[in-house]
Design a protein around this ligand. Structure first.
Ligand code: UDP
Length: 484
């Protein structure tokens, strides 16, 4: 505990959606449990989505963390059928600005600082109104941060679509990025979400500091570039604080599918199982599911696969893992007889599994992942190398980072969103990550990173110090204001 932060209170703003709420709450928990800071998380909500904080099973540090769901915003008059996700998120937080202002004004005492998430950078004037420091929390890499803040420069330098560029994109502090690996809002410069993204890139440097969910040993070059590179330094004059890896804790085993699965994992040899999952919403085409099934079977590697049907239909869990053997009605998106043949080799879980718990299991040795940053952190902090299978959002950039920069993953030759990855290639990727000599360096590297992640978060570790530095600046700013 950090006694100097006693009585410090900060506000975190979370944009809607589990993917944004979870990092906000994990940060809140870290501030409370490790630094003794009182945190209020203001959640932007919409009329159409359920109150998500109630769906979360995340154990919270209840004494110090308070969650306030703001009144729902209605953006139905502002969007059409083609409005993209980033635009929708920005519209929601924009509409919520008056609610955020009122919530801060209603607090007994002015908070010590405001921490905005990536999609709520437009809230920075509120901090000025209340005369409090403002920070932005980017729950992903320094690589992503470098790309977004440098995008306004690319916007000026490049006239046509980025994806049509013949050359890799050069971002200070990062390995050159293939044009096709850019984040979703950069795929089409004519869409409104591109303008929103460029605006965010311009607003991020206006905060007093940028918190990233990364750590010194993970991205030494990029973090150094933020300190020393002239091009980056002229854009971002405020410090970048690597405070991670912050990730969800292991959940207690639930009644759903977890216990059967964990018992199955307990029976497998160490590091012999590939875990296959595509995050909270990733879905594959029917053809791709079939190839993946064949690829896994041919690789002869054990696997746990979180299976989702190719449509939004509900998956019928009657198909899976009956203790009395498989029901042989293989769904039509899996190869005929797959369930029976795969019975000894694999475990299929319908729709959702307790990922953190699975990745932490000693029998898991590889992760075929869609490359969401939370999944990547969960994999690295479990010492598990990956097969990078990006689908959308910033996942292609993450996949490039894992393979080109970190060397802890392999990826298919062609993006899985461009072309179906064939069973032969999946078989090779599976064997490389799990057992071939070619994958040894990757397996060693990820274990080193796991250790560095743990060390960084310890009291006195680099990430702990980084967070403490932010807090001490907040305490000083508060002290100076209170004095005057
Ligand atoms: N997750 C899980 N079980 C699943 C799928 C996902 O527990 O079957 C969790 C996973 O552990 C991670 C989050 O959902 O914490 C997904 O976040 P990520 O950033 O990886 O991807 P997103 O879903 O936001 O694309």
């Amino acid at each position: 505990m950090d006694s100097s932060c006693n009585n410090l209170h900060v506000v975190i703003i979370s944009s809607p959606g589990m993917g944004h709420l979870i990092p906000a709450l994990v940060l809140a928990n870290r501030l409370a449990a490790t630094h003794d800071v009182r945190v209020t998380v203001l959640i932007v909500t919409t009329a159409v989505s359920p109150p998500e904080s109630k769906l979360l099973k995340l154990p919270l540090h209840r004494e110090l963390v308070e969650i306030i769901e703001l009144p729902p915003v209605d953006i139905s008059h502002l969007v059409g059928p083609t409005t993209q996700v980033v635009t929708q998120l920005c519209l929601m937080t924009r509409e919520a600005v008056p609610f955020i202002r009122s919530a801060v004004a209603a607090m007994d005492r002015r908070p010590g600082a405001l921490i905005a998430d990536l999609f709520s950078t437009e809230t920075f004037p509120i901090a000025a109104e209340f005369n409090i420091p403002k920070y932005v929390y980017i729950p992903t890499t320094a690589w992503f941060t470098a790309l977004i803040v440098y995008s306004p420069v690319l916007d000026q330098e490049i006239n046509s679509q980025y994806v049509d560029q013949p050359q890799h994109l050069r971002i200070p502090g990062c390995k050159p990025v293939r044009p096709e690996d850019v984040v979703d809002p950069m795929l089409d410069r004519t869409d409104q979400q591109y303008s929103e993204y460029i605006r965010m890139g311009k607003e991020i440097p206006l905060f007093d500091g940028i918190l990233v969910n990364s750590w010194e040993d993970l991205e030494p070059i990029t973090l150094q570039a933020f300190r020393e590179n002239e091009a980056l330094g002229s854009i971002v004059k405020v410090p970048v604080y690597p405070i991670g890896p912050l990730r969800r804790p292991i959940e207690p085993a639930g009644p759903e599918n977890s216990s059967d699965l964990i018992c199955w994992l307990d029976r497998q040899p160490n590091e012999s199982v590939i875990f296959v999952s595509f995050g909270s919403g990733g879905m594959l085409s029917k053809e791709q599911i079939t190839e993946l099934a064949w690829g896994l079977e041919l690789s002869r590697q054990r696997f746990v696969w979180v299976v989702r049907p190719p449509t939004k239909d509900r998956v019928d869990d009657a198909f899976f893992n009956k203790s009395d053997g498989y029901n042989d009605c293989t769904p039509d998106y899996l190869p005929e007889g797959f369930l029976t043949r795969a019975h000894d080799l694999g475990f299929l879980v319908p729709m959702w599994a307790q990922q953190v718990e699975i990745l932490n299991h000693p029998s898991v040795g590889g992760f075929l992942s869609h490359c969401g940053w939370n999944s990547i952190l969960e994999s690295i902090t479990s010492g598990v190398p990956m097969i990078a299978w990006p689908l959308y959002s910033e996942q292609r950039l993450n996949a490039a980072f894992l393979t080109e920069e970190l060397g802890v993953a392999v990826r298919p030759e062609v993006l899985p969103t461009k072309q179906v990855v064939g069973r032969g290639e999946i078989q090779t990727l599976g064997r490389t990550v799990m057992q071939d000599k070619a994958g040894q360096a990757m397996r060693d590297k990820v274990k080193q990173l796991k250790i560095s992640a743990t060390n960084g978060l310890k009291h006195g570790g680099a990430s702990h110090k980084s967070m403490s530095e932010v807090l001490s600046k907040i305490v000083h700013a508060k002290y100076n204001v209170d004095e005057n």
